[in-house]
Write a protein that binds this ligand. Sequence first.
Ligand code: HEC
Ligand code: HEC
Ligand code: HEC
Ligand code: HEC
Ligand code: HEC
Length: 449
Amino acid sequence: MTRNFLQMFFKGALIISAASMILAGCAKDGNDGIGLVGPAGANGKDAIVTCKLCHNPSVVDSVATQFQLSKHEFGEAADGEAGNTACAPCHEQEGFKYVCNMNIPATFAKVGTDTTYTNLYMTTATTAYGKLGCFTCHSSLHTSYGYADFTPLTTVAPVPMTMWAGAKTINLTQDGGKSNLCVKCHQPRPFTKSNTGQDKNVLNYAQLVSLPNDTFYSPTRSNILNVLKPSYRTHTHYGTVGAIFAGKGGVEFGTQPYPQSIHSTAASCQNCHMAPMTGAAGGHSFKAKGNFNGCNNATCHKVGQSSGLMSASNADFVSDQSGIKALLTAIASKLKINGVEILNRNGDATTNLWYSLTANHYDGYLNIYDPVNNPTGSTYNTTMFKNPSTTGFTAAQITTNNSLPAISLTNAQMGAIINFQLCLREYSLGVHNYKYTNALLTNTLAILP
Ligand code: HEC
Ligand code: HEC
Ligand code: HEC
Ligand code: HEC
Ligand code: HEC
């Protein structure tokens, strides 16, 4: 047996007790093995053989090393959001297992006789913890102690979308439905009618489309007519890939049908994100950046096929990505009121995860004053807008806020903000679903004055 394995095996009491449980299992004679530990020697050897199926340099050890490159492993949100039952379905291992195992619906419900809605897609206080790891996605590890324990994934079921309160479902059936595992977390969160007096149900996107010139938010009309107040953080949550990939997430302006790229039905997330490793991408790093191993094969991109082999310099790849970038930039430059940009720019490549995606370094937030999250504004935006809500502001902060120009939004502008955020934050500049992304942004640009 390998040194590596022995080190692991004798690390501590926890490990010994894990092994004894198995010994008991091996030794059981119709007594369920509870409390009975079989003769140590011979059975110990059996257990070790079973463990070695996985605990060896080419399986768990090597996958765990790849996983060190994955934000699932080092991302900070799992620590930051521990205890938060609204964030845990996607950010905490136990929370994710809970919403999968208990089949928690994505619907909004009225509470009792209340007139307001509440989002049911939550975990419980006792399951809102746990960093993402092997046991998050592999639901049967340490059950039969065979290699096949890797096969069952925590979920491959169709995913009712939380952003639509379950009214739309994503089901990516290619590759055994494995993409549904990813989409369960990599989907946007809902925008809600959050303003005072509103019912807190999800925002009606169809209305943004059918009445584009109507006022969405105005500081000068009766506040009860404003369904939500824009703020710096009015945004589509980061996990937008699932919705764009499946072509089900946008505010679909225009009357043209929305086409889907072949990727949305023929490729799985695993095909591109878990392809054989190249550099720091592939396998359980879950990264796709610069790794074309998943693209080029007998069924997808190959010599002789119209686009040829995929690479960073492939003409289609380059022109599709620059086309999407140009559309994002054009929409951003139309989203202005009296010359002041509605979208925030952030010139800091460390805090702005989307820094390199547009030349102006938009990050998807809004250019609105916020004493905590946006106290000084970006040096890249000339000025920022007044925050419509001043709850918790000091007198000095209210003075600062009052010196700034007021923001107002039409339905078209609100829809354009949502679509901009979706397409910036899907991160691939159209690789996930070029046709849908292109249609969404082209129609958005057309609806904006
Ligand atoms: C189906 C593959 C598989 C088999 C068989 C297996 N393990 Fe594991 N084990 C794993 C994986 C995967 C991890 C998580 C590794 C990580 O987090 O880096 C793990 C982790 C562990 C840990 C660390 C604590 C924990 O639960 O995260 C211990 C201890 C352990 N295994 C003991 C054993 C023993 C003892 C056996 C044999 C009786 C065994 N394992 C058999 C896959 C397996
Ligand atoms: C349990 C929820 C969950 C599942 C399941 C999940 N992810 Fe993630 N993923 C996340 C979260 C949360 C982050 C961001 C972590 C952070 O920043 O703290 C993330 C980050 C990523 C990143 C960022 C890349 C990086 O390392 O910079 C990629 C790519 C990714 N996931 C791909 C996938 C793929 C592909 C699958 C399916 C095989 C998948 N994810 C399954 C929740 C999940
Ligand atoms: C429906 C699933 C889901 C829910 C619910 C969710 N998130 Fe996320 N969140 C994600 C995914 C997926 C990512 C990573 C997206 C990526 O890297 O492309 C992410 C990314 C983040 C990040 C960025 C981390 C980084 O990479 O810097 C923060 C911060 C965050 N989430 C906070 C929260 C908070 C706070 C809540 C609860 C109020 C929450 N999330 C609820 C899916 C979710
Ligand atoms: C975000 C979800 C996710 C996490 C976290 C994850 N895996 Fe996986 N793993 C998968 C998926 C999906 C597959 C199937 C890949 C495919 O079909 O190409 C897989 C496949 C595997 C396989 C190959 C099984 C086979 O079919 O031969 C091994 C081994 C494995 N994972 C080990 C691990 C270990 C060890 C960890 C922790 C260090 C881990 N996984 C963490 C999603 C995950
Ligand atoms: C056709 C190949 C392909 C498929 C299929 C695919 N992706 Fe991607 N994905 C990419 C590329 C390329 C990028 C951009 C990588 C880069 O430049 O860093 C990307 C980026 C991402 C990112 C952001 C990475 C980061 O560093 O923040 C996430 C998260 C992600 N994809 C998740 C998914 C999920 C979930 C699926 C399945 C629903 C999926 N992808 C399917 C190619 C693909």
